[in-house]
Design a protein around this ligand. Structure first.
Ligand code: NAD
Length: 453
């Protein structure tokens, strides 16, 4: 039996019978049977059904947010924002079925026309940090393009995905189009990756598991998209609005208790303003309210599990250079205080590895070239920020930093209408925006001979 916990109280929220490989096979078979009708449905009808699903999700937004908060420990305000994004994502892609346009290309003797064909059954494997949000980034474009799907949420956080399956059914999404399987990645997830009837796997999770998925997918030449780990740099130049940068830097790494692939977990600060920046950052760290996720005033909740907390703690051994540390509750719950390590070198373990917790490394740099070199001195390339009031420098540095997503004088990463994804070992493929549809369709080219005789 799978026990689903509330990480803020360690209480069991739900007990579930985990799915098996046979259940995965049955779910794929259901999705395969449902595919032709979903592919061939009138685009305007598919669009209407997705719109209805978005409205049904909107109607249950508060209860979904409460459930997500209880299952992940994230502050209720954050959970509400995330459910808002889930609804927005379905509304956005509800507009896509009638806009999956192809080309007409004049060629010798005739014309070529292209179609954006759906792939078939897609397997979607997601992590525990933003459970329904990340699932929606995959499900909405997959469905809009005419695919059917099997979603495997993380074992720790399956509850909103199960609710989604019910809401989709009640909103009129045909039987077999959306299938949710709760079970271990090493069995159920693995089966989806190896299954010959699954055309593509879209995965978000750790780089280590992603590497294994890419290797296993080779067996069936399966399409894969991978959204993996990160160790993003928040680059603060001496000419930046330091107060603004320092006030937002803690949120950019301690949001979601640091369990965010886009966390700016390396703050690179130009040497001349290093001490000033740390002093400006201190009140923003020490005033963070860590505690009950259902309290509206809470800024940060617990970590997801005891094991994960142990791993995060290993990055702050006795004698670590803790420059600033916030407060965290004691007793039940997997709490960990916001922790700033400074000064660190880019090679220190806490600066080099993804911690996925509320621990940030602050590293000095000398000049622009040094900043770019340090920002790129990582196997990851997901996100990052640049703080400067020099516009030309901001764009110059943005072009040189090897990440899929960057923001200038801001710490935001994700918007429904714009592409999101990684470079280097943070993965490949893009989610959100119009680009996501490219990863759930295949271009088919048809030649039509028009010459007589
Ligand atoms: P994880 O890799 O352990 O698990 C992710 C999912 O993969 C889970 O559903 C799990 O059950 C499944 N899985 C595990 N082994 C599998 C296997 N052999 N075959 C198929 N599926 C398998 O990751 P996690 O601990 O749930 O999440 C944290 C990681 O996710 C971090 O590294 C983080 O950076 C990353 N992440 C990346 C993004 C992004 O968009 N780039 C977003 C969120 C999280």
């Amino acid at each position: 039996m799978l026990e689903v916990l509330n990480p803020a109280t360690e209480e069991v929220v739900e007990r579930l019978e985990p799915a098996t490989e046979a259940d995965a096979d049955a779910a794929v078979a259901r999705a395969k049977r449902a595919f032709p009708a979903w592919r061939d449905i009138k685009p305007s009808d598919r669009s209407r059904l997705l719109r209805r699903l978005a409205e049904a999700l909107d109607a249950e937004r508060e209860s979904l947010a409460q459930l997500e908060s209880r299952n992940t420990g994230k502050p209720i305000g954050d959970a509400r924002d995330e459910m808002g994004m889930v609804v927005e994502t379905f509304h956005y892609y509800a507009g896509a079925p009638e806009r999956l346009l192809g080309d007409t290309i004049p060629v010798a003797g005739g014309v070529d026309v292209t179609f954006r064909e759906p792939l078939g059954v897609v397997g979607l494997i997601v992590p525990w940090n933003f459970p329904l949000t990340i699932a929606s980034w995959k499900m909405a474009p997959a469905l809009a393009a005419g695919n059917t799907l099997v979603l495997k949420p993380a074992e720790l956080t399956p509850l909103t995905a199960l609710e989604f399956e019910r809401i989709a059914r009640e909103a009129g999404i045909p039987e077999g189009v959306v299938n949710v399987l709760v079970g271990p990645g090493s069995k159920v997830g693995k089966r989806l990756v190896e299954h010959p009837d699954v055309a593509k796997v879209a995965f978000t999770g750790s780089t280590e598991v992603g590497r294994g998925i890419m290797a296993s997918a080779a067996g069936t030449i399966k399409r894969v998209t991978l959204e993996l780990g990160g160790k993003s740099a928040n680059v603060v130049f001496a000419d930046a609005d330091l107060e603004k940068a320092a006030a937002s830097a803690p949120v950019a790494v301690f949001g979601n208790a640091g369990q965010d692939c886009c966390a700016r977990s390396r703050i690179l600060v130009q040497r001349g303003v290093f001490d000033e920046f740390l002093s400006l950052m201190e009140p923003a760290v020490t005033s963070m309210r860590v505690g009950d996720p259902l309290d509206e005033a809470t800024d940060m909740g617990p970590l997801i599990s005891a094991d994960h907390r142990e791993n995060v703690a290993s990055y702050v051994p006795d004698g670590a250079p803790v420059a600033i540390r916030g407060e965290a509750p004691e007793g039940s719950g997997f709490w960990f205080p916001p922790t700033v390590l400074a000064p660190l070198s880019n090679d220190d373990r806490a600066a080099a590895e993804e911690i996925f917790g509320p621990v940030v490394a602050v590293i000095p740099f000398e000049d622009e070239g040094d900043a770019v070199r340090l920002a790129n001195d990582t196997v990851y390339g997901l996100s990052g920020s640049i703080w400067t009031q020099n516009g030309a420098r901001a764009l110059r540095v943005a072009r040189r930093i090897e990440t899929g997503v960057l923001s200038i004088n801001s710490n935001t990463s994700v918007r429904v209408g714009t592409p999101f994804g990684g470079m280097k070992q943070s993965g490949f493929g893009r989610e959100l925006g119009p680009h996501a549809l490219d990863y759930y369709t295949e271009v088919k080219n048809v030649y039509l001979a028009t010459e007589e005789g």
